[in-house]
Design a binder for this molecule. Structure first.
Ligand SMILES: Cc1cc2nc3c(=O)[nH]c(=O)nc-3n(C[C@H](O)[C@H](O)[C@H](O)COP(=O)(O)OP(=O)(O)OC[C@H]3O[C@@H](n4cnc5c(N)ncnc54)[C@H](O)[C@@H]3O)c2cc1C
Length: 415
C-alpha cells in the first residue's frame, strides 16, 4: 500500500463526471489522501434543465455552487482553467500560474461545440451548451421581439423566426419549449402570434435519429401539434447575419440555434501520450484509464466509451473511477466499466415528455412527471435534502429580464 500522506488525486472539471468522482472519493475513507477538484467555473451546471433557462425560468436551478456541493467534504475546490497537462512529469498547469502535481488524475473536461467549418455558423448562430449561452439566447430573443413592435410587417416575420438546428434530445426539447414561449412573448409585445415561426432542422431522415422510430414519430407528432415546423434530410450549408442556407431553401431568420455538433474539449488534443478514436474522443481501457497511462482516467463526454455523451454515463464513469482510485491505492484489482444504456427522457413543451427505459416507453404527463422526478433525484445525489428541494423549486421561478414579459405580480413587486 502507498503512503496515503503523499497521495494527491486531482480531478479536472466540475461537471457531471468530475463532481461524482470527487463526491465518491470523499465518501470512501482515504485518510491523508488529498482530493483536489480544479474547475474553470465556481459552479456546477445542470444541462438537463437549460431549456427552461432560455424560456424564462430561474438559472438558479441549473447553477449549483461547487462550494455548496462540497461543504464539509474532504475535497479542496480550486477555480482555475487548466491550460497544459504533462503526463510524464504528472503535473497540470493552470491559467492562474499555479501547478497541480498529481499521483492520480481524473480528466472530466466535457465537450464543446463543433461547427464543422460551416461558413458563418460560429459567428452568427447561438449555442446551447452552458448557462452563459442560454442567457445570451434568451436576452437576444427579448431584444428582437421588442424591436419587432415598430418594424414593418415583412421585417417582423424575419425577426420572430427561430430556427433550431439539430433534432437530437437537446434541440428537440428546446424547439418544443420555444414554440410555446415565443407565442407568449409575441402576445406580451403586441405582435400577432401567427407571425412567429419555430423550425427544427435535422440532417437525418427523422428527428431523434438515435432513438427507436416509434419514439421519433410520437415526438414529431407532438412537436407539430405545438406548431413546430420540422425539416428532415436538410443540412445547413451557410449562415449569414439574417439568412440561413439549406440545399433547397433559403430562410430569412434572425435567430439560428446550433445544437447539432459536439466534440471533446480541445485540451485533450494537446496532451502528449493520449490516443484518440475517429470522433476525437480519448481511447480508454476497460477501467477508464487513458490507453497506456496507469492512474490517468478520462471520463464523461470525452472518453471513447459505448454511451459517452450523456450525463448518466459521466456519472456512472465517475463512480467507477472513484472506486478504482481507491483500489489502486489499496493495491486491489480494478473494477471494469460495464456501460449501461442510458434512460431517455425528453420534455417537449410544458407537461409532456417522452421517456424510454429499456423496452418501456411512456409519453405525455406521466413522462413529464417522471422526468421532473429524475431532476429532483439528481439534485438529491449532490446536495442535502433542503438544498436539493430549493434548487428544484428554483426551476419553477419565473426570471425575466424583459420588463414587458415580467408577470404582472412581479411588476407590482418591482414598483
Ligand atoms: C442542453 C443540454 C441538455 C442535456 N440534457 C441531458 C439529459 O437530459 N440527460 C443526459 O444524460 N445528458 C444530457 N446532456 C448531456 C450532458 O450534459 C453531458 O453528457 C455531461 O455534461 C457530460 O459530463 P462531463 O462530466 O463529461 O462534462 P461536463 O458536465 O460538461 O463538465 C465539464 C467540466 O469541465 C470544466 N472545464 C472545461 N474545460 C476546463 C479547463 N480547461 N480547466 C478546468 N475546467 C474545465 C467545465 O466548466 C465543466 O465544469 C445535455 C447536454 C446539453 C448541452
Amino acid at each position: 500500500m502507498k503512503n496515503l500522506q503523499e497521495t494527491k488525486v486531482v480531478i479536472v472539471g466540475g461537471g457531471f463526471g468530475g463532481v461524482r468522482t470527487a463526491l465518491n472519493l470523499a465518501k470512501i475513507n482515504l485518510p491523508g489522501a488529498k482530493i483536489i477538484l480544479v474547475s474553470n467555473k465556481p459552479h456546477f451546471e445542470y444541462h438537463a434543465a437549460l431549456y427552461r433557462v432560455v424560456t424564462g425560468k430561474s438559472p438558479l436551478e441549473v447553477c449549483i455552487p461547487l462550494n455548496e456541493i462540497f461543504e464539509n467534504k474532504n475535497v479542496e475546490v480550486v477555480e482555475d482553467k487548466i491550460v497544459k497537462v504533462d503526463l510524464t512529469r504528472k503535473v497540470l498547469f493552470g491559467e492562474s500560474g499555479s501547478k497541480y502535481k498529481f499521483n492520480f488524475l481524473v480528466a472530466a473536461l466535457g465537450s464543446e461545440t463543433a461547427y464543422f467549418d460551416i461558413p458563418g455558423l460560429k459567428e452568427y448562430s447561438f449555442g446551447f451548451k452552458s448557462i452563459t449561452e442560454a442567457l445570451r439566447l434568451k436576452n437576444h430573443l427579448h431584444e428582437v421581439f421588442a424591436s419587432c413592435e415598430k418594424a414593418p410587417k415583412e421585417e417582423k416575420v424575419c425577426l420572430v423566426h427561430v430556427v433550431v438546428v439539430g433534432a437530437g434530445s437537446s434541440g428537440t426539447e428546446l424547439a418544443g419549449e420555444l414554440a410555446l414561449y415565443t407565442k407568449e412573448m409575441a402576445k406580451n409585445h403586441n405582435i400577432d402570434p401567427s407571425l412567429v415561426t419555430v423550425d427544427l432542422i435535422e440532417v437525418a431522415p427523422r428527428i431523434l435519429p438515435s432513438l427507436p422510430e416509434k419514439v421519433s414519430k410520437k415526438v414529431d407528432k407532438h412537436l407539430r401539434s405545438l406548431g413546430v415546423n420540422i425539416f428532415v434530410n436538410r443540412a445547413i450549408l451557410k449562415e449569414e447575419i439574417k439568412q440561413v442556407y439549406l440545399h433547397d431553401i433559403e430562410m430569412k431568420v434572425k435567430t439560428v440555434i446550433w445544437t447539432a455538433g459536439v466534440k471533446p474539449n480541445n485540451l485533450y488534443r494537446e496532451v502528449k501520450g493520449l490516443e484518440f478514436d475517429s470522433k476525437g474522443r480519448v481511447l480508454v481501457d476497460e477501467y477508464l484509464q487513458a490507453k497506456g497511462q496507469q492512474g490517468v482516467f478520462v471520463i464523461g463526454d470525452a472518453a471513447s466509451t459505448l454511451y459517452s455523451g450523456t450525463a448518466q454515463t459521466a456519472i456512472s464513469d465517475g463512480k467507477i473511477v472513484g472506486e478504482n482510485i481507491y483500489r489502486l491505492i489499496k493495491g486491489k484489482h480494478l473494477v471494469k466499466n460495464t456501460p449501461k444504456k442510458p434512460v431517455t427522457a425528453i420534455p417537449v413543451g410544458t407537461g409532456w415528455a417522452a421517456v424510454v427505459i429499456g423496452l418501456v416507453e411512456l409519453y405525455g404527463s406521466l413522462g413529464w412527471s417522471l422526468r421532473r422526478l429524475a431532476d429532483f433525484r439528481f439534485f438529491l445525489t449532490i446536495l442535502p435534502f433542503k438544498k436539493a428541494l430549493l434548487a428544484f423549486q428554483d426551476g419553477k421561478t419565473i426570471c425575466e429580464t424583459c420588463s414587458i414579459c415580467l408577470p404582472e405580480t412581479e411588476v407590482k413587486a418591482v414598483i
